[in-house]
Design a binder for this molecule. Structure first.
Ligand code: XMP
Length: 172
């Protein structure tokens, strides 16, 4: 495993992102942070603890990668864990923007649910693979086209617990 982003670098970047997000929502009605499971696990948990504003936290599931690192499957969205988001301001958080298909689909799903606004934050934006035009409002790090794991990201549901982002050897 090669470390791409060490844990202390993630922490420093989250401090800065939290300031940016707090400034964007300061004085506005409480935001509902919606994390896309399972990859958002660490990102949501660490980011919301740095935001000193009234907010709600909720989760949605969207999965397309099923064990195979390179071949995406069909995208399936489950919103059964969501509270009523009608008229709410939503900050959607995902681990990584790759082709852009997941976030595009989830954003339109939230709009269909009647949200008042959606902003999007991603921990990682992979360069060179985007297929759908999509511009996140908040970005943690821009990374090269490598398959990364750790800090919530998995390969076949392994490695999520690592405190850093690493590149899996053999997948480079
Ligand atoms: P799209 O292509 O829809 O993909 O933007 C977003 C989802 O794909 C998964 N993904 C990865 N997961 N390492 C991972 O562990 C990666 O390098 C990677 N690239 C994409 C991830 O689930 C993300 O939400």
């Amino acid at each position: 495993m090669n470390v791409l982003i060490p844990a202390d670098t993630i922490r420093e970047r989250l401090d800065a992102l939290a300031i940016q997000i707090s400034q964007a929502y300061e004085g506005k009605p409480p935001v509902t942070v919606v994390g896309i499971l399972n990859g958002c696990l660490m990102f949501v948990a660490d980011l919301v603890r740095r935001i000193d504003l009234p907010l709600r936290v909720a989760f949605i599931t969207a999965s397309s990668y099923r064990g195979d690192a390179t071949t995406p499957g069909k995208l399936v969205i489950h919103d059964g864990l969501l509270p009523d988001l009608k008229g709410r301001h939503v900050l959607l958080l995902d681990d990584i923007l790759d082709t852009g298909k997941t976030l595009t689909r989830v954003v339109s799903h939230l709009i269909d649910l009647g949200v008042a606004s959606v902003k999007v934050g991603v921990l990682l934006r992979k360069i060179g693979r985007q297929e759908v035009p999509f511009e996140p409002d908040f970005i943690g790090f821009t990374i090269p086209d490598k398959f990364v794991v750790g800090y919530g990201l998995d390969f076949d549901d392994e490695y999520r617990h690592l405190p850093y982002i690493g590149v899996l050897e053999g997948k480079e």
